[in-house]
Design a protein. Structure first.
Length: 135
């Protein structure tokens, strides 16, 4: 896997059409303070996993705070995504997911990193349960 520890442009979920499919047809897993909504699209994507991140402007009025939370989330994902990518390649899966920060307090990186590990392991478990039905 080229760039196993990067989070490049191709890995970011930006397509409005795909984001709409994630939220309308997707399933969710949670690890407080995160909620991850994922969808396994039928049409081919250029990479096996695409991720988007979000923090609510209702809970964080200042853009500086929202941007910090999203930056922490992207960094925690980047550090912990190797197992998810390995699982997706082995099972021949494609996953589009959106991670939402739901708490009302600013987190520190240690909390975000630990919860991201838990969230990604839950995603791996959820996609491995759903995989035999699609194959």
């Amino acid at each position: 896997m080229k760039g196993a520890n990067t989070f490049g442009k191709q890995e970011k979920l930006k397509s409005r059409k795909l984001i709409q499919q994630v939220f309308s047809n997707g399933k969710a897993v949670t690890a407080h303070p995160f909620r991850l909504v994922f969808y396994t699209p039928a049409d081919l994507m250029d990479v096996s996993v695409k991720i988007g991140v979000s923090a609510s402007s209702r809970n964080f009025k200042k853009a500086v705070d929202r941007n910090r939370i999203k930056r922490l989330m992207r960094e925690a994902y980047r550090l912990n995504k190797a197992e998810l990518l390995r699982h997706a390649v082995l099972k021949n899966l494609q996953v589009a997911a959106f991670i939402i920060y739901t708490d009302k307090v600013l987190p520190d990186f240690e909390l975000v990193n630990n919860k991201m590990k838990l969230l990604l392991s839950k995603l791996i478990k959820a996609t491995s349960e759903a995989a035999p039905k699609n194959s």
